[in-house]
Design a protein around this ligand. Sequence first.
Ligand code: ATP
Ligand code: ZN
Length: 474
Amino acid sequence: MRGDPVRLYNTLTKEMEELKLDKTVRMYVCGITAYDYSHIGHARTFVFFDVLRRYLEYEGHEVIYVQNFTDVDDKIVRRAVNEGKTQKEIAEKFISEFLKDMSALNVKMPDYMPKVTDHIQDIVQAVQKLIELGYAYEVENEHGKDVYFHVPAFESYGKLSGMSLEELNRHRIEPNPKKRDVKDFALWKSAKEDDFKAKAVFDSPWGYGRPGWHIECSVMSAKYLGVPFDIHGGGKDLIFPHHENERAQSYALFGVEPVRYWIHCDFVMIKGEKMSKSLGNIVKIRDVLNVYGGEVLRYFLLTAFYRSPLDYSEKSLERAKNSYNYLKNTLINLDMEISALKSYGEDRKDMGFDPSSFLKEFESAMDIMNTPKALAVFHSFAKAINKNLYDMSLKELESCFETFMTFSKVLGLFENYERIPTLPKELIELVKEREVARKEKDFERADKIREKLREKGIMLIDTPKGTRWLTKHF
Ligand SMILES: Nc1ncnc2c1ncn2[C@@H]1O[C@H](COP(=O)(O)OP(=O)(O)OP(=O)(O)O)[C@@H](O)[C@H]1O
Ligand SMILES: [Zn+2]
């Protein structure tokens, strides 16, 4: 593996830890509940883990990345019933919208994106096993049977969230007098009228019903990654109860600490509050994409350290846009200079510019996933490129380009960048002819040549150092 190991804060041990990883890294990140368009809070979490994945790959690891879809749950059922649709119709629509958003944000597709409804049998078996092992029990009600996980049966419950027994007892999420302990949570819920209406019911040894939220992640992470696996991620709102419960279930099922590193990302905030559907203060990814495009939004999401909140405002997005554009213009200037030198068959002497010190600084920022620091290094690098653009040799310019693209690839920026082509001899002759025409103030001839090249998709740019060009897609 290349370079120093990544060091991240592990929510389980409450310490910064050096990640001890084999070549293959197994990573699971909790995905969306598919009942609405996703907002930029969701985007932050998924962009962050995408960058972590990319950096681990850059370091030479192979990452197996699993991200689930919660495609059956209370909120999905409620929306389906309100709209006279099925749970499947609602979930499928918002899954497909989510995938469009992720693609616009350059988020690489996870290797597996399992849905709950495709794993009902696996879930039923896990719930049965938890009952057999004495960690879970059935409760009869007027609809059939529910199954609960009995929290006091799992000794180290509370370790992940660091909550005391007293705090945990106050958090009674599902009040039910038939529960043996207030902390017990549902593994299987018997079907109610709305579930039938939304076709969100599945047959099981406990009658028709559907899984509770937490069990899906225990089951699907184990199925695709095995237990234990390396990294489990999500937004920090998932630490309790979701991840606490998931850890309890998985530990109970497999008898080992199921996850080595629990990594959590802080929130996107808006006017001092968490951006969240329930608070009604969301900004949809879609709406920002329409105005700024995916890469500017992605850039914005990387401007804060992942363990700090990120404040959303129009102003901060504008700032991100300007910084992003500075990098983009640098990339274009650099590439223009390379293609010009190559096309003219010119070169310059090495001036002694070496991007490796920037690369080192970038890596040391990324070793703790300090993306704002990495962006700052990227900017200093861009500034140095602009300063030395007309003095660097072709070899130096090309090595800058390579380093620029390395940073971009890790951060997931400039993904669709197309190189500026070198021009064939006959076009270079035309460019030179135009330069002569301009010198002789034959502007008509100069404009004709410009037009001729424009028809070929080549836009000429006059710089103090001579003519350069861009291709049409800019
Ligand atoms: N404001 C936010 N900032 C960062 N991450 C967030 C934010 N809101 C949600 N997430 C994360 O996005 C992922 C998907 O969340 P999920 O679909 O469960 O959200 P939700 O509960 O439906 O939405 P909301 O939190 O808006 O009510 C989770 O990992 C969650 O922690
Ligand atoms: Zn989960």
